[in-house]
Design a protein around this ligand. Structure first.
Ligand code: UDP
Length: 374
């Protein structure tokens, strides 16, 4: 390689793209590579029948971080989509997240006081003190009925582990509200990029100091040798254990398989997301992509999501931050800290269940840290 880059960014997802842009705007030359034949990582969207299909799972941007919101608004305009998934438990429908509509549907209660009493009663009957895992956390927040119908089956399908073996923080992602409000997120800013996430990432990468090379897998030894020598510093956004050749053993990830269909009808389920919260239905949720926008098309595109344990060759989606994996990650993190001129970032590089806004914030913080120490 004749060109000398300041940074080689491995992975053209959100972390890599934002980092590359920040560095490029301060005069650095950046090479961004990705093993896939497209940019945007798992937020990649592709137009099918005039509908932006979220190819690697639904992504709804939401944040309370004004700096992140304003930054992304330089590269895209967001629509005003509000996420309100519906839960389907054996044909019974419930509103999500857990709010007064859900409590009314579950128990017929009509006031916040009645809902709070019901939850308190169920929590007491279950004998829950300080929650030690997801099951105890869920029961202490919403009681046993909601846990049994809306959380237990879905979570066990999603994570392939019993709720009693999962960390409590996973369920604290969802709001519990004693108001009639089906907005899934407590966020000041929320929406979907108009024109798709791929276009947004394309705009972020569109800078004279950034070169993008697709279809190049950094972890193939010849590529690694050739590319590492081409830059002063590597920003690695792939799985941290893969970087080290799984030398301490593989971290667990959850993978997702999608069955996507184009249907010759304008409206399949009347909502962007329907979660199947029983344990018998094999998929976790069905996404109807057109409802992330205003959906006037004659056809519709739906994706059934099936969760599975990651095995070599699959795409990793979610880190499994249980105690055992967290302990193993700490060892990789120590190795990563010793690695000269390599930055590990993003959901896979840091083994963290990052939302998109946290991913952007983390890339911004990393760049700030670098700028301050130079
Ligand atoms: N969850 C649940 N029932 C639902 C939706 C979510 O029990 O209908 C739990 C489940 O454990 C899930 C977690 O809440 O893993 C976080 O859900 P979120 O929607 O944030 O997951 P993501 O969209 O990141 O897959």
């Amino acid at each position: 390689m004749s060109v000398k880059y300041d940074y080689l960014v491995v992975g053209a997802g959100l972390y890599g793209a934002v980092f590359a842009r920040l560095a490029a705007e301060e005069g650095r030359n950046v090479l961004v590579i990705d093993k896939r034949d497209h940019i945007a990582g798992n937020i990649y969207t592709k137009e099918v029948e005039g509908i932006q299909v979220h190819q690697y799972g639904a992504h709804i941007f939401h944040t309370n971080d004004k700096k992140v919101w304003e930054y992304l608004n330089r590269f895209t305009e967001f629509n005003r989509f509000t996420n309100s998934p519906v839960a389907n438990y054996h044909g019974e429908l419930y509103s999500l997240p857990f709010n007064m509509y859900t409590f009314y549907q579950m128990w017929g209660v009509t006031t916040p006081q009645q809902a709070e009493e019901m939850i308190e009663k169920q929590k007491k009957a279950a004998g829950i003190g300080e929650p030690r895992n997801l099951e105890e956390q869920a029961i202490s927040l919403v009681g046993t009925d909601i846990y049994e119908k809306l959380i237990k089956g879905y979570t066990q399908k999603q994570w392939g582990r019993p709720c009693s073996e999962l960390p409590a923080f996973i369920i604290r992602r969802l709001p519990v509200r004693f108001t009639f409000d089906n907005n899934y997120f407590n966020a000041l800013y929320q929406g979907i990029p108009i024109g798709g996430y791929t276009q947004m990432v394309k705009n972020i990468l569109d800078h004279g100091n950034i070169t993008v090379e697709l279809g190049t897998d950094y972890l193939v030894p010849e590529n690694r040798e050739r590319l590492t020598g081409s830059a002063d510093c590597v920003v690695f956004t792939g799985p941290v254990d893969a970087y080290f050749g799984y030398c301490l053993g593989a971290l667990s990830y959850r993978s997702v398989r999608f069955e996507t269909e184009v249907l010759d009808m304008p409206n399949y389920q009347g909502n962007a997301a329907v979660n199947y919260t029983d344990s018998e239905t094999p998929w976790t949720r069905i996404i109807e992509h057109k409802w992330f926008e205003f959906g006037g098309q004659d056809k519709t595109v739906i994706s059934r999501e099936y969760s599975a344990e990651w095995k070599p060759g699959d795409e990793p989606y979610y880190p499994v931050n249980d105690e055992q994996n967290q302990a193993l990650y700490e060892k990789y993190r120590a190795m990563a800290a010793e690695e000269k001129n390599v930055i590990f970032g993003g959901r896979l590089g840091e083994y963290r269940y990052y939302d998109m806004d946290k991913t952007v914030a983390s890339a911004m913080e990393k760049w700030e840290e670098i700028s301050l120490t130079r």
